[in-house]
Design a protein around this ligand. Structure first.
Ligand SMILES: [Cu+2]
Length: 191
């Protein structure tokens, strides 16, 4: 009994120590409605959830227009329209070797893809050239979409070295190296 008690206390102490090392990154990205995500410079980060997320094609639009997922996430591409849609991407972050065509399918059907490469995926439909959408595949679970004013807050980020990336449709991706140690700030103005 005494051993068990001692173990419980040390486990609690360990949790307390880990909690104390968790920082946050907050700041502002101009323009608003941007995406921020962290790349870890060293320490491994928790794996993605097994739960798939849905990218819908509805009303001749990708819905949502912009989605952020952690690397290793499966995206279910659903067609909710009466017309057939296709899904393809010409590259991931400009790497044309990572091009992929999911094919074309009718209303009510979906096809799934697991994103194992981080980066920016521009979704297109070869049936409707005006359609586009974006999936930002983050290498870590530390990502956010900023609010309309550009504010974001990444909570529970373990202290350490990271690269923080900020993305907005039509703007150049910006990256900064940061050291997270408690409350950390990073602001961006995207061009
Ligand atoms: Cu389409």
């Amino acid at each position: 009994m005494k051993m068990k008690y001692v173990l419980s206390v040390s486990v609690l102490a360990l949790f307390a120590a880990q909690a104390a090392m968790a920082g946050s990154v907050k700041g502002k990205v101009t323009p608003g409605k941007s995406v921020v995500y962290l790349e870890s410079a060293g320490a491994p980060t928790p794996a993605a959830s097994d739960k798939p997320v849905t990218m819908d094609q509805k009303g001749l639009r990708f819905e949502p227009h912009v989605m952020v997922v952690q690397v290793g996430t499966t995206v279910d591409f659903l067609n909710s329209d009466k017309v057939q849609h296709n899904v393809f991407w010409p590259s991931i972050s400009g790497d044309k070797k990572k091009t992929h065509n999911m094919g074309t399918w009718p209303q009510g059907q979906k096809k799934s893809f697991k994103f194992n490469d981080p980066g920016v995926v521009t979704l297109l439909c070869n049936v409707h050239p005006e359609m586009s959408g974006f999936i930002i595949v983050s290498p870590t679970p530390y990502f956010a979409e900023t609010d309309a004013d550009g504010a974001y807050n990444l909570a529970n980020v373990p202290d350490g070295q990271y690269t923080i990336n900020a993305w907005h449709e039509g703007k150049k991706l910006q990256s900064k190296k940061i050291t997270v140690s408690g409350a950390t700030t990073a602001d961006f103005t995207l061009q």
